[in-house]
Design a protein around this ligand. Structure first.
Ligand code: B3K
Ligand code: ZN
Length: 897
């Protein structure tokens, strides 16, 4: 049974401006773990009608007192999570005193304690857990913050902006006063207090100003901060060069905390980060960790302009800052790769995430447009749709307008809106106006959900050298769109990039009908109608039709439906000049082969290795001219979750068997080639996280994984040596994974050794848990032991802690969402475990619990009896009488879909 009280839905159409402006906030916080007293002095100004009350939001607060212009004020009503003040004058000074309990705050939203230090997290609605406030992004204010705390327990006191003064107080306390000169919404407020140490560096900005940069961490982690600092400097330089945007504050701080709900937070001048996205050195972090840190540090820094200087009018506009900032960090990371092939690898990685995670979201019960129209809990809408599809939408502007046109649009956006809280429509208007383009239809990308499918048909007239392409698009209603009364969907404006390739593999110069002569060989078509025809003329006459290379560089977030033959895909894999599409051709081939194998598994037919696929893999593997990072991408098989989405009815066990069969087959058949790639890509000398070395390690370690999967004793011994001899975490962890997943004899010993070596390093121990959560079930001679048993046992390990989100994610999430074949065990044991953990987590931290709840989104896609068992688990969670709003929204949407 669902709870009977109706959940409150917030609608975008109901937006109304606030009744009051707050011109300035003066906050005084007496920090105490059990009882922190906050005095907030607000300069208020009425902006709405004369009798409108001031309604402030507040959660879990003890109200101590309210004064108006220095006198006790009695027109106050406390009601649930709000404080209503009536009879206020047009302007005045309101002083509100409250108390909260940071040590008891396990939600990690608002003010909380982690390992004895104080931290805040205010986005989206955490500031109301610190004081009563107009806690909405369109109320922008200047802040002055006074922090008082015990000097010994909290020697460091940080907040946004500039440090004005610091002094000692009686009773072993001290005080610091900070002032942020820029107006900001409350979600960007932050404070940090505790025992922390820093590295720092000064740089001179483009316009010649001195800037102080700091990275603050717990003392034992100081030797893991260099990479974050370097990443920050690179990000600052890149934004100056690419967008002419400079750091506006004199000081910019990054602080790392071990208990954090997500990756990081862009608080003005005081970014707070999950340790996972700050701490790295060769011994403890992998190449992927290094790259993630670079990207997240840049992302939060870029928010200073896209998010902070120009912010969101309301939370429905979240993608205004998130989609744009993800696009910026993607472009930054691509540029940091330092080569064209490196850029392509970054693009492949980003598209892989989009397809593996966002496409399913867009087809499931939580489907929503990039700018949602309603929500029950806003924290549930920090989604891959808002972030990653939002970034694709921003990328499409650049594809349509060109880099220079996009820059003009950005310049106009800041010229118009600096210091304001605005909407996605304002951004689109700046892009359109700066370029004299009509982008009205393009706006549908913000309002319609779902992944469009583009079907391509070609007709070749060899006599005249004319190729006619007919493109049609469809995007059925999804999620909320299917409810009665929702409008019909309109065709999207799709920038469709393509090229045509001749029989020798050359790109043909392209002339569209109506153009005087041939031009560039990659063209971006404005595909705006349900069905549209495009004609290319004066192509070489006679002979075969040129081969189309469709949706180059993945120019729009759509699915392309075109019937390539295997031979054509093999040809594209070795000849397309568009590196993304070379990879794409390989993925299509592998997906096709895998889906055939899945059908064979289901029908109990003998499994056979497809020789064409083996030879396609061989040619990529042995092509020394290709960037090793590209080869790694091309040789990675499509993920099980991706294959599940490609099936009408998903069968996780069959998928796993098919994929493992192919992996082992490729491992054995190409053993010599894998071994040669392994040998050729060593990176002798000291570890360095540069693009070239990372690329070589990536291919070498992929080869090692395949080799171990061959099951050959000599190859498992190789993995053992690789483990023992590695001098960095990338190699060591790759070897450990190979040993664990291939059930090599050295497995248990290596797992124990790894734990012992890194016992004191939380982030490395997270890896140890996560690897075991994702390990394959034991098969063949080892059959019998299920991964769920290992996971349940690890929950009892002294190092496991449900309250720490990183640890919870490392074991529980890795099993529930990173191990489909084991999670979907036919007996339903995975689902029961999921329900237990969602309920346990919800009592501690609703945001983390709601993320875990999303694992069941696609329950209707599974075969019986899995589907019924998943539904039962969802119903068990939904029946709880104490569910948070966060989890309730997720499970009730899943059940009503
Ligand atoms: N803006 C934050 C995310 C806040 C999530 C709140 N539930 C991090 C980021 O996107 O940069
Ligand atoms: Zn962001």
């Amino acid at each position: 049974m669902l709870r009977t009280d109706t959940p409150v839905t917030v609608y975008r159409k109901d937006y109304t401006p606030p009744a009051f402006a707050i011109d300035h906030v003066d906050l005084v916080l007496d920090l105490d773990p059990q009882r922190t007293v906050v005095t907030s002095t607000l300069k208020i100004q009425r902006t709405g009608t004369a009798d409108a009350p001031l309604v402030l939001a507040g959660e879990e607060l003890e109200l101590v007192g309210v004064r108006l212009d220095g006198q006790p004020f009695s027109g106050v009503k406390q009601d649930g999570d709000s404080l209503t003040l009536t009879g206020l004058p047009g302007t005045g000074t309101l002083e509100i005193t409250t108390a909260c309990n940071p040590a008891a705050n396990t939600t990690l939203s608002g003010l909380y304690v982690s390992n004895g230090n104080f931290f805040t997290q205010c986005e989206a609605e955490g500031f109301r857990r610190i004081t009563y406030f107009l806690d909405r992004p369109d109320v922008m204010t200047t802040y002055r913050v006074t922090l008082r705390a015990d000097r010994a327990a909290s020697p460091v006191l940080l907040s946004n902006g500039n440090l004005l003064s610091q002094r000692d107080l009686p009773d072993g306390k001290h005080e610091a006063v900070w002032e942020d000169p820029f107006r900001k919404p409350s979600y960007l407020f932050a404070l940090v207090a505790g025992k922390l140490e820093r590295i720092e560096q000064t740089i001179v900005s483009a316009s010649g100003k001195q800037k102080l940069l700091q990275v603050w961490v717990e003392p034992q982690d100081l030797d893991k901060t260099r990479h974050a600092m370097d990443s920050l400097v690179h990000a600052i330089r890149w934004d100056e060069q690419r967008f002419g945007l400079e750091l506006d504050l004199d000081r910019f701080m990054i602080v790392a905390v071990g208990d954090f709900n997500m990756g990081a937070m862009e608080n003005k001048g005081l970014n707070i980060f999950n340790t996972k996205y700050v701490l790295a050195n060769a011994q403890t972090a992998t190449d992927v960790d290094f790259a993630n840190i670079e990207s997240v540090v840049a992302h939060e820094y870029f928010h200073n302009w896209t998010g902070n200087r120009v912010t969101c009018r309301d939370w429905f506009q979240l993608s205004l800052k998130e989609g744009l900032t993800v696009f910026r960090d993607q472009e930054f990371s691509a540029d940091m790769m330092g080569s064209e092939s490196g850029r392509a690898v970054k693009r492949i990685e980003d598209v892989r995430v989009l397809r593996q995670v966002q496409f399913p979201e867009d087809a499931g019960p939580m489907a929503h447009p990039v700018r949602p129209d309603s929500y029950e809990e806003i924290n549930n809408f920090y989604t891959v749709t808002v972030y990653e599809k939002g970034a694709e939408v921003v990328r499409m502007y650049q594809t349509l307008l060109g880099r220079d046109g996009f820059r003009k649009g950005m310049d106009l956006y800041f010229q118009r809106h600096d210091g304001q809280a605005v909407t996605c429509d304002d951004f689109r208007a700046a892009m359109a106006d700066a370029n004299g383009r009509d982008l009205k239809q393009f706006g549908l990308w913000y309002s319609q959900a779902g992944t469009p499918v583009v079907t391509v048909k070609t007709a070749w007239d060899g006599a005249s050298g004319t190729l006619t392409l007919t493109l049609s698009q469809r995007c059925p209603k999804v999620g909320i769109e299917t409810r009665a009364g929702m409008p019909d969907k309109q065709p999207f404006h799709i920038p469709f990039a393509l090229g045509l390739i001749d029989a020798e593999g050359n790109d043909l110069p392209l002339q569209r009908e109506g153009e005087p002569k041939a031009g560039a060989s990659t063209r971006v078509l404005d595909f705006t109608q349900a069905e549209q025809t495009f004609r290319f003329i004066n192509l070489p006459r006679g002979g075969k039709a040129p081969l189309p290379s469709l949706l180059r560089n993945f120019s729009a977030p759509v699915v392309v439906d075109y019937e390539y033959s295997d031979a054509e895909l093999t040809f594209l894999l070795s000849h397309d000049t568009d590196a993304f599409n070379r990879w794409e051709a390989g993925q299509r081939l592998a997906t096709r082969a895998l889906l055939h194998l899945v059908a064979d598994v289901q029908a109990n037919r003998e499994l056979k290795l497809d020789p064409a696929l083996v030879s396609a893999f061989r040619s990529v593997l042995t092509d020394g001219a290709l960037n090793p990072a590209f080869r790694e991408q091309a040789l990675m098989l499509p993920a099980e979750a991706y294959l599940a989405e490609r099936m009408g009815v998903a069968d996780p066990t069959a998928i796993h068997r098919a994929r493992l069969f192919l992996r082992e087959g490729l491992a054995r058949t190409l053993k010599a080639e894998w071994l040669a790639a392994y040998e050729a890509n060593a990176t002798p000398g000291e570890y360095s996280p540069d693009a070239d070395s990372m690329a070589r390690r990536a291919l070498r370690n992929l080869a090692l994984g395949y080799l171990a999967d061959s099951g050959d004793a000599d190859m498992q011994a190789l993995a053992d040596r690789h483990y023992q001899q590695s001098d960095n975490m990338t190699d060591r962890f790759a070897a450990l994974s190979a040993l664990v997943n291939s059930f090599a004899p050295g497995r248990e010993h290596a797992l124990a050794d790894f734990y012992e070596r890194f016992e004191d390093d939380a982030l490395v121990i997270d890896k140890w848990f996560s690897l075991q959560g994702m390990q394959r079930g034991e098969v063949g001679p080892h059959a019998g032991k299920r991964t769920i048993d290992t996971v349940r046992a690890l929950m009892q390990h002294p190092a496991f802690n449900l309250r720490n989100p990183n640890r919870a994610r490392s074991l529980i999430f890795s099993f529930c969402s990173g191990n489909p074949a084991q999670f979907h065990a036919e007996d339903g044991s995975g689902y029961a475990f999921w329900a237990d953990q969602v309920l346990a987590l919800d009592a501690i931290n609703p945001q983390v619990a709601a993320r875990l709840a999303r694992v069941m989104d696609r329950w209707q896609k599974y075969e019986m009896p899995l589907r019924e068992r998943m539904r039962a688990a969802l119903e068990r969670v939904a029946a709880s009488s104490t569910l948070s709003r966060d989890v309730r929204e997720i499970v009730s949407k899943a059940l009503s879909a």
